[in-house]
Ligand binder design. Structure first.
Ligand SMILES: C[S@@+](CC[C@H](N)C(=O)[O-])C[C@H]1O[C@@H](n2cnc3c(N)ncnc32)[C@H](O)[C@@H]1O
Length: 471
C-alpha cells in the first residue's frame, strides 16, 4: 500500500497543459506528478494523495534527464508561472502544444479523426511579446534560493505575480520574452520608485500609489508605449518619470500614458487615462495594414505570429469577394481589416469601447470602407437581430473569443444566423472544443479542419484555428 509522504520513482510519459505530468508506475498504477518535467525524465517524487486508481505526487529529484531538456534561460524559471516549458527544446514544445489541441478536441469536443494540419511554429523564440504587464507589490515573493536569507528588501517588488498569489510579486531583473524596451522601462520605474520612496498599492488595505507597469512595442515601426497604472494622477511626478524614461529609451519611447484606477483590484486597467507624452497610442503594421493600439485595447501579443494566424483564418474563410463577414470579439478590428479586401463587407463586434474606437480609426486609416463596428456585449447578441438583418446576415463568421470561449447565448444566436462557415480562432483549445461541440450538436455543422499556431513560445499556451462548415 502506498502512503502519503512516501517516495516513488517514475518515468514521465506525458505532460499536461499545466505542470501536471503523467507516469505509469511499475505496478500499473497511474501517477500525476507536479513539477516542470519533460517526457522521458526519470524522477523521484513524494506522494501527496492516494486514490484507488491513481496517486498524486510532487517532484523531488531528477534521476535521469530527458533528451528533450534544454537549459532554461530565465533566472526565475520554475517560480514564475509564465514560461512553464522553457526547459523543453522548441520542437518538443510545439509537438506538445499540438497534442493539447488534438486531445481537447477529442476529449471535450468528442471529435475523432480530426484533420489537424501541421502546427505553425514561431521563428522568434525570445523577446517576441509586444506587450508586457508588470505588477508592483509591497509584498515580495521569496525565491526558494533565498528562503533562509532574503537578499533584497521584502516590501518592494516589480515583476510578475507568483502563481495563484494576487498579493505577492516576484521581483525580476528582466523578462526573456519581453521586448528590450519593456525591460529598460522596468529598471527605470524600479529606480524611480525606490529613490523617491513612492508607496505601492496594497489590494487588501486599498491604499498606495503604484499599481502596474505596462509596456507595448510596435515591432514594425519601433514605437514604444509605457503605461504606468496608479491610484491617482500626479502630473509633476509623471513628468519627472517621463524625463527618466526618455533618457533611457531615447526616441524609442513614442508615448507615455498614466492610467488611473480607483478599483480594489490589481488589474492593469484604469478608468481614466492621462496622456503624459506623445499620441496616447502606438502604430503597428500587420499584413500591409497599420493599426493604432491604445493602452487598454486588445492586440495580439506576438506580431509576427499574428500575421500567420490571420493568414490561416483568411484561408479557412475561403472568401470569394462577395461575402458578408462578421468578426466577433473583434478587438481593434485587425481581423476585420485583414479580411476586408477579400469580401464584400465586414461587421466587427466588440465589448470594449476604446477598442471599437480604435477599430473605426484603423479601418479609416487603411481605407477599409467596407468595415463597420458595433460596441456590444456578445452575451446580448440576440438583442440586435433586427440591426444585423439591416446590415445583412453573414455568409462567414470569424469568432475570436477570450480564453473562456463564447457565452452559450452567443453560440445560439450565431447558430440562428446560419452562416455557411464559422472560423473559430482560439487561445484555449478547451473552449474551442466545448463551443465546437455545440456547433456540431445542432446537426448543422461539421468540423472540417484545425491548425495550431504558436504565439507564445516557452509557455504552455497555444492558439488554434478551426473551420466549421454547414453539413
Ligand atoms: C482574443 S481577443 C480577440 C481580438 C481580435 N480578434 C484580435 O485578433 O485582435 C478577444 C476580444 O473579445 C473582447 N470581448 C471579451 N468579452 C466580450 C463580450 N462579452 N462581448 C464582446 N467582446 C468581448 C475583448 O475585449 C477582446 O478584444
Amino acid at each position: 500500500m502506498r502512503q502519503k509522504g512516501q517516495t516513488i520513482t517514475a518515468t514521465i510519459s506525458d505532460v499536461g497543459d499545466g505542470d501536471k505530468c503523467y507516469a505509469k508506475l511499475s505496478d500499473g498504477m497511474s501517477a500525476f506528478i507536479r513539477g516542470a518535467l519533460a517526457i522521458g525524465d526519470t524522477v523521484e517524487a513524494t506522494i501527496r494523495k492516494t486514490k484507488s486508481s491513481y496517486i498524486e505526487a510532487d517532484f523531488a529529484k531528477l534521476l535521469s534527464p530527458s533528451p528533450l531538456r534544454v537549459e532554461p534561460r530565465c533566472e526565475v524559471f520554475g517560480v514564475c508561472g509564465g514560461c512553464k516549458w522553457q526547459h523543453l527544446n522548441y520542437d518538443a514544445q510545439l509537438q506538445q502544444k499540438n497534442k493539447q489541441v488534438l486531445d481537447a478536441l477529442a476529449r471535450i469536443g468528442g471529435f475523432r479523426d480530426v484533420q489537424l494540419l501541421q502546427p505553425i511554429g514561431a521563428t522568434r523564440l525570445y523577446h517576441y511579446r509586444n506587450k508586457v504587464d508588470f505588477s508592483l507589490s509591497n509584498r515580495r515573493y521569496l525565491l526558494p534560493s533565498e528562503l533562509d536569507a532574503p537578499q533584497k528588501p521584502m516590501n518592494f517588488a516589480l515583476g510578475f505575480h507568483a502563481p495563484e498569489r494576487y498579493d505577492k510579486v516576484i521581483d525580476i531583473e528582466r523578462c526573456h520574452i519581453a521586448p528590450e524596451e519593456a525591460n529598460v522601462a522596468l529598471q527605470v520605474v524600479r529606480a524611480f520608485a525606490l529613490t523617491r520612496g513612492l508607496s505601492i498599492y496594497d489590494a487588501d488595505r486599498h491604499d498606495g500609489f503604484l499599481r502596474n507597469l505596462v509596456a507595448r512595442k510596435a515591432f514594425r515601426t519601433n514605437e514604444t508605449m509605457v503605461n504606468l497604472v496608479t491610484s491617482w494622477h500626479d502630473r509633476d511626478l509623471m513628468n519627472a518619470l517621463l524625463a527618466e524614461l526618455q533618457s533611457a529609451l531615447g526616441e524609442r519611447l513614442t508615448t507615455f500614458v498614466n492610467n488611473v484606477s480607483t478599483k480594489k483590484n490589481t488589474v492593469a486597467f484604469g478608468e481614466e487615462e492621462f496622456v503624459v507624452f506623445g499620441k496616447g497610442f502606438i502604430t503597428e503594421r500587420l499584413g500591409g495594414y497599420s493599426f493604432n493600439i491604445s493602452a487598454n485595447s486588445f492586440f495580439q501579443t506576438n506580431t509576427e505570429q499574428a500575421e500567420r494566424l490571420y493568414d490561416v483564418a483568411l484561408s479557412f474563410a475561403q472568401l470569394s469577394g462577395r461575402e458578408t463577414v462578421y468578426d466577433l470579439y473583434c478587438g481593434t478590428g485587425s481581423i476585420s481589416i485583414f479580411v476586408s479586401r477579400h469580401c464584400q463587407k465586414v461587421l466587427g463586434i466588440e465589448l470594449v469601447e476604446s477598442a471599437v474606437r480604435d477599430a473605426e480609426a484603423n479601418a479609416k486609416q487603411n481605407g477599409a470602407t467596407n468595415c463597420a463596428f458595433k460596441q456590444l456585449d456578445l452575451m446580448r447578441f440576440e438583442t440586435i437581430r433586427p440591426e444585423l438583418e439591416r446590415f445583412g446576415l453573414p455568409d462567414v463568421v470569424i469568432t475570436d473569443p477570450p480564453r473562456a470561449g463564447m457565452h452559450p447565448k452567443a453560440v445560439q444566436t450565431l447558430l440562428a444566423l446560419a452562416p455557411k462557415r464559422i472560423v473559430y480562432v482560439s487561445c484555449n483549445p478547451a473552449s474551442l472544443a466545448r463551443d465546437g461541440k455545440l456547433f456540431c450538436a445542432s446537426g448543422k455543422y461539421r468540423l472540417v479542419k484545425a491548425q495550431a499556431v504558436d504565439m507564445f513560445p516557452h509557455t504552455n499556451h497555444i492558439e488554434s484555428v478551426a473551420l466549421f462548415e454547414t453539413t
